[in-house]
Design a protein around this ligand. Structure first.
Ligand SMILES: [Zn+2]
Length: 247
């Protein structure tokens, strides 16, 4: 039976019967894969302990390519990210990123750029003085990887080019709308020129442009509201872990 060897993060686990567990991995090489972690035999119990989110693992899974459920051969911890696990603020941010990866990915679809983004973000998280902006950068990079880059260059309704100025964003349309189209639109968000400049920077530069920069609270709130509305419109649902970010 073929072996599937890859670095991986755990996205979530759920029970299978009384003793076993299904582990949903996000692997660098193969994308999302599900595997059974048997807990009924003592030598395997250790495996289940390793299967928690926010830990970089090296996994060897085995199973047939046509199967949706793999078995775990070995798991080794490569990078435990203890600092994240020991701090509630880091932990809830990390779990939010984990949920975003889970909703954005499909089984057997490798997305190595998102794997690298996750790894990079977990390394940055304990170091940055501005974790909220790191989450915004992650959201932008994730949206781009999904093909949902917010449209900021032209009106998402009539396609007219837009100058860089205060404007309105339509989450259902996924972009800015011009002043002629805006009155007929519902559910729009006002967005300032400064917030748009920051968004342009995030979109154009990605992680390479990360500078741990802090912006005025109002600007950060505008960016968060816009990206959150855009994300939930694209995903069609609210993210469970989002509510915990502001506890
Ligand atoms: Zn328009």
């Amino acid at each position: 039976m073929p072996l599937y060897q890859s670095d991986a993060f755990v996205l979530r686990t759920y029970k299978l019967g009384e003793t076993d567990q299904i582990v949903v991995f996000f692997t660098r090489a193969y994308g999302k894969l599900r595997a059974v972690a048997r807990r009924s035999h003592s030598p395997r119990r250790r495996l289940a302990g390793y299967c928690q989110p926010l830990t970089l693992l090296h996994t060897i899974l085995f199973g047939r390519p046509s199967q949706n459920l793999f078995r775990i051969n070995t798991i080794d911890i490569v990078q435990p990210f203890r600092v994240i696990h020991e701090d509630f603020g880091h932990l809830r941010s990390g779990l939010y990123l984990t949920e975003l990866i889970d909703v954005a990915t499909h089984e057997h679809e490798p997305m190595p750029e998102l794997f690298e983004l996750m790894h990079w973000s977990l390394e940055q998280l304990p170091q940055t003085g501005h974790p909220a902006m790191l989450l915004r950068l992650f959201e932008v990079c994730l949206l781009m990887a999904m093909g949902y880059t917010p449209q900021l260059m032209y009106c998402a309704h009539c396609m007219r080019d837009l100058p860089l100025q205060d404007g309105e964003f339509s989450p259902p349309l996924g972009g800015l709308i011009c002043s002629s189209c805006a009155p007929a639109m519902r559910q729009t968000l006002k967005v300032s020129r400064v917030a748009l400049e920051v968004l342009h920077h995030l979109i154009n530069n990605g992680v390479d442009g990360w500078s741990d920069q802090h912006f005025e609270a109002e600007v950060e709130q505008e960016i968060e509201a816009l990206l959150h509305a855009h994300l939930t419109a694209r995903l069609g649902r609210e993210l469970k872990s989002y509510a915990f970010l502001h506890l």
